[in-house]
Design a protein. Sequence first.
Length: 170
Amino acid sequence: MITLYTMTFAEFLRKHGDSVEWQKVKTKFEQFPNFTLGNMNLKMYDLLVEKYDIWEIGSEDENIFYHEFNEKVNELLIKYVPKIESYIASFKDLLQRKIDLSQGGSTTNYLYPVSTQQGKISNEVKYNGNKESLLLIFKSNAELLTQVMNLKDIYLDCLEEFSRCFMTIY
């Protein structure tokens, strides 16, 4: 028995990777933030190509695949880009136990408070200050680290959602 299949994603890219349609889809991947941590810098498009290279494209017609894949990219941009950006912005502060609080302003007391438009000022107190406040004082480092390790793998979740565009070869 001979296995029949449409084409793998790697074959599709060899055949259509330089086409105008695919380049439009590929440029949308630049909107996904890169995963950068230490000396690791990963791009969503590169991860996609490496993961799904041996999977069949999920359509028997290549034009339908363009359309469906483009729609999936649009959906995932809307769903994941804000989440990934927020994730990246707050990732470095996950183990912080302090927060900086700052405030500033003034308090003015008038001699005759009924008419404050041109009234005489009794006293004015100006304040401007910064202080650090402790957070999570009842959690140990081990408990905080355990919570960090249980965070969602948002990059991998996004990458997994592309699987609906493909079929696997067994």
